[in-house]
Design a protein around this ligand. Structure first.
Ligand SMILES: *[C@@H]1O[C@H](CO)[C@@H](O)[C@H](O)[C@H]1NC(C)=O
Ligand SMILES: *[C@@H]1O[C@H](CO)[C@@H](O)[C@H](O)[C@H]1NC(C)=O
Ligand SMILES: *[C@@H]1O[C@H](CO)[C@@H](O)[C@H](O)[C@H]1NC(C)=O
Length: 610
């Protein structure tokens, strides 16, 4: 299965390369101007853009390293996609996007943007294939000129305050695959799209046409109430009064609900009708559950139950009636069918190891895919290492134990699983900690489910392969996930453990330094100052030797060339040797490396391209 996806990817690579080589002359000042004006026009209370969008060093390709910016090519200042989802941004639609003249994807979802969608939007982003403005506070009408954005594949406007009619001209969009406007205040007839187009019109004030029911001939609920009132003869006036009163009351209640929960769990409320769906469980020991149980346990997937959000989805804490806690992950929208999802879950359900988060079950309801895991009381490694306030309380022994266990879990995925699993998204956020700080890797196997099947090249550039600071350098050229790519990401986690620094925005680096953690380490190493990288809290003569050895293993993992990196099996062995005197695990499950010594096809492929 995995091999199949590699082959598929190499195919994509070829087409990307052809495409890039025809367009090498663009790369422009105007895209820089574009990002500058977007940054200026938006309020950024959480400083997502503040630190990462630094315009002082304008070497070619520098904007491609900004948060949320994906370029056509990493060394060319030409923006392909802007993904500014869920950054707490405020303000109006950023008109500056018009100067990103090769933009094909714009995602501003889950922010607090307000005002209208510009009437001339088609001249601002004429080549857009994917536009996501959902979960904001946009009001006014949907501009008719969107019909002129003729490359649109995906148009998502859900969860805003849009009013008026949906322009029927949108039905001319010949490439549209997904059109969603749920949870707005729209009225009137809906445009006609082909059968294959995924649409969502739910929770609007009065949309009609095709599947929603014919327009006008059938009275809406509101009219029925009035008609019923009038028919009651003598008491007509009183009933009408009551009816209208009720109507306003209902309106107010639904308005208030919206205010309490401006952007959160409407998707969950839309599942109400599906509550009886069973949760498929892998563990017989857990009593049978229904979707309604999960909803109750997560307070209807309330925002207050969110314990983490990542590339593959959002984690919710669920507390069952008997006090047991679970984690439920709502997967990012996946384009795989129910059957594919079930078969993937069937495979993942059999992957069990002491250092992997146990997968307990899963559930499919409408388009939603929920995965149920055992709860990990100490959260994730990232939050333990980089607490919002104060310094990390993890001591050396605990850090070493976490590194060894996590290496073992990942080595198991790489070498002992059949088919072997490349994680693709290793970071300190996906290493979870149980009550004894035993590490458990989460999210394995999910990256495959997230991959769009065809949509557009764009999704294969940068974004897919992991969080900033963790992505192996060859990925931006090859776009092929490999075990050695995971080793690189894991090396970054080891560096976080030994330096106490974050993978990007290194606090102890000089202000002029713009690189990530790996680049900082390599600079220190070049100047023979590697020891300066070590977290001060680990300064202790007794463990000096171990700490420095550990740092060297980390450095090997983040070698620029994949061939120079050790395998996960080797990383595990090195770390275990460093921690030998602590006896972290008494009984060691035997890891049989199935592929040590075999030539690594993919490494060769990469070398050949270089
Ligand atoms: C930005 O776009 C506008 C409108 O297309 C254009 O007039 C202006 O010259 C552009 N600015 C830069 C710096 O390219
Ligand atoms: C600018 O960034 C590039 C790439 O990160 C780096 O090689 C270069 O040294 C930087 N220049 C300055 C003046 O910081
Ligand atoms: C949209 O396209 C139509 C038909 O091609 C054209 O007449 C109209 O001027 C365009 N509108 C805008 C705002 O570009």
């Amino acid at each position: 299965m995995v091999l199949h996806s590699w082959i598929f990817r190499s195919h994509i690579v070829v087409s990307v390369w052809l495409f890039i080589s025809c367009h090498t002359t663009y790369g422009t000042e105007t895209d820089i101007f574009c990002l500058k004006s977007i940054k200026e026009s938006l309020q950024d209370p959480d400083n997502y853009l503040m630190f990462s969008w630094d315009f002082n060093n304008n070497t070619e390709g520098f904007i491609c390293r900004f948060n949320g910016v994906e370029c056509w090519h990493p060394d060319e200042n030409r923006v392909l996609n802007l993904k500014l989802s869920n950054m707490g941004l405020k303000g109006q639609f950023p008109r500056g996007v018009r100067n990103c003249s090769s933009l094909t994807g714009l995602d501003l979802s889950i922010n607090k943007l307000a005002g209208t969608i510009p009437a001339d939007i088609s001249t601002l982003i004429p080549y857009v294939t994917s536009l996501d403005l959902s979960s904001n506070e946009f009001s006014g009408v949907i501009p008719v000129t969107l019909a002129n954005c003729s490359f649109l594949n995906t148009l998502k406007l859900d969860q805003n305050r849009l009013t008026g009619q949906i322009p029927l001209q949108l039905s001319v969009l010949s490439r549209i695959k997904e059109f969603t406007v749920s949870n707005n205040l729209l009225t009137g007839p809906i445009p006609t799209f082909g059968n294959q187009v995924r649409v969502n019109y739910a929770n609007n004030q009065g949309l009609c046409g095709t599947s929603l029911g014919a327009c006008q001939t059938k009275p809406s609920k509101r009219n029925m109430a009035v008609i019923a009132g009038a028919a009651a003869g003598g008491v007509a006036l009183a009933a009408l009064g009551l009816g209208i009163g009720m109507f306003f009351f209902v309106q107010r209640v639904s308005f208030m609900k919206k205010e309490e929960d401006p952007e959160g769990n409407k998707w969950a409320r839309s599942l109400k009708g599906a509550k009886a769906i069973k949760v498929s469980m892998f563990e017989k020991s857990i009593s049978k559950m229904k979707l309604s149980d999960l909803m109750k346990a997560t307070n209807n997937f309330s925002n207050t139950n969110i314990i983490g959000t990542g590339r593959t989805g959002t984690f919710y804490r669920a507390v069952l009636d008997d006090g047991m806690t679970l984690m439920v992950k709502r997967l990012q929208e996946s384009q795989h069918t129910e059957k594919e999802f079930m078969s993937e879950m069937g495979t993942l359900g059999t992957v069990k190891h002491r250092n992997l988060v146990p997968l307990l079950g899963f559930c499919m309801a409408k388009k939603e895919r929920l995965v149920v895991y055992k709860d990990m009381p100490n959260g994730n490694l990232h939050d333990q290492l980089h607490p919002i306030e104060g310094v990390s309380t993890l001591d050396w022994t605990t850090r070493l134990k976490i590194a060894i266990g996590a290496a073992k879990g990942l080595a198991y995925l790489h070498h002992s699983c059949n088919p072997r699993i490349i994680h693709r998204n290793i970071s300190s956020k996906c290493i979870l900690l149980d009550a004894d700080f035993e590490p458990k890797i989460s999210d394995f196997g999910l990256a495959r489910l997230m991959n769009p099947i065809d949509t557009h090249l764009s999704t294969f550039v940068n974004g897919e392969f992991g969080d900033l600071g963790y992505v192996a350098p060859e990925y931006t050229r090859t776009l092929v996930a490999t075990p050695k790519g995971d080793v690189y990401s894991f090396g970054t986690v080891l560096l976080e453990l030994v330096t106490g620094e974050r993978p990007i925005n290194v606090a102890r680096a000089p202000e002029t330094f713009k690189g990530n953690l790996v680049e900082w380490i390599s600079e220190l190493s070049n100047n023979a100052k590697l020891k300066d990288a070590i977290d001060e809290s680990l300064n202790d003569k007794d463990v000096d030797g171990e700490v420095f050895q550990f740092l060297k293993v980390a450095c090997n993992c983040v070698s620029q060339t994949p061939k120079e990196r050790p395998t996960m099996f080797e990383v595990y062995q090195f770390l275990k040797a460093i921690g030998g005197r602590y006896n972290f695990t008494t009984e060691d499950e035997i890891l049989v490396p199935t592929d040590i010594g075999e030539p690594d096809i993919l490494d060769e492929l990469i070398v050949a391209r270089e």
